[in-house]
Design a protein around this ligand. Sequence first.
Ligand code: MG
Length: 387
Amino acid sequence: MPVDASPPLTTYAQREAALLASYAMPSTASRGRKYPEPEHPYRGPFQRDRDRILHCSAFRRLSGKMQVFTGDMGDYHRTRLTHTHEVASIARTIGRVLKLNEDLIEALALFHDIGHPPFGHAGEDALDECLHAHGGFSHNRFALTLAEELESRYPAFPGLNLTLEVLEGQATRADKDAAYAACGEAPLLEVQVVETADSVTYDAHDTDDAVKLALVSLDELARCTLVGEALTHVRRQYADLRDDLLRKAVVHQLIDRQVSDVLHTSAAILAEAHGMTAQEIRRSPLRIAASRELCDQKKELENFLHERVYRHPRLIAVRRQAQDRLKQLFACYCENPDLLPAHFQDRARQVGLPRAVGDYLAGMTDRFCERQYRVLVEQRPAASLEM
Ligand code: MG
């Protein structure tokens, strides 16, 4: 009889016990899922969450959703999907150095923007207006609706049946103050890392994309201390860089500078947390943080981006058109519910027609939304809409 000479598998619990800090959230301490499931033989609960998010439809549709700039402005800039991967990458880097639970961090990061409707924050504002009398719309809350109700992938339960830690982390994003007030505890450190990584990521890539799209110049952006110092740092290393390489080197430096600051600041704070558990540190004042200097520099850059990029005339025009189209589509589906796919007609009977229409629209990619607008609003004769 052959002897099985393969070494025993290291369990995720053993791996985490060897690698994680006391204040990391261990997989073995997860409060589990709404619908209890047997343990997986070699994947931990947060790793399974990460995989479930990666394989769900809403995640793939992020490739067709804009971050800040629309698809017809070019192919270089970030989509909601590439933004999400950049956040996950930066969050993992921070989490690994601080010895936090990388599986939980990655699940939270891949999940964090999954509820974004088409056309970014412009689309979110339009849907919020449409649903004003019915509780409004928030992409952070819609992520929970997707994960708990709308995604349909498993025969045994609705939604993705994610762990309570991932759902709670997302709920914190939806309403930070309410979540804190409800339990009197700060979010898990892993949740805080993803929040921080999101900010590091968009400050760096919006700078990159805005310069690439010629909405502002690097020299104009360099009036902000954070970019100015990054530019000086790069020029000191490389005297005569081509413009595109200079821009990219500055973006690398922007990420490096921010991540290094967060790591040094947070490591100094966490040095006081020796021996604390994940729950104990939530009840303490110790947080993942950037230095005061970096926070001020980021604020300066974000104010600049807000004024000169997010409110650029090219983006304002896109924003207005997108909002107008979403509102017209919302009205069209509300007046003609038979145009909704069958399962959203069923959903309308459970949650009311306006919410079901909002859910359907929120799940659309920018492309699909524009196509529906052309077919249902532009090309459809008014009389047929009333049938
Ligand atoms: Mg984000």
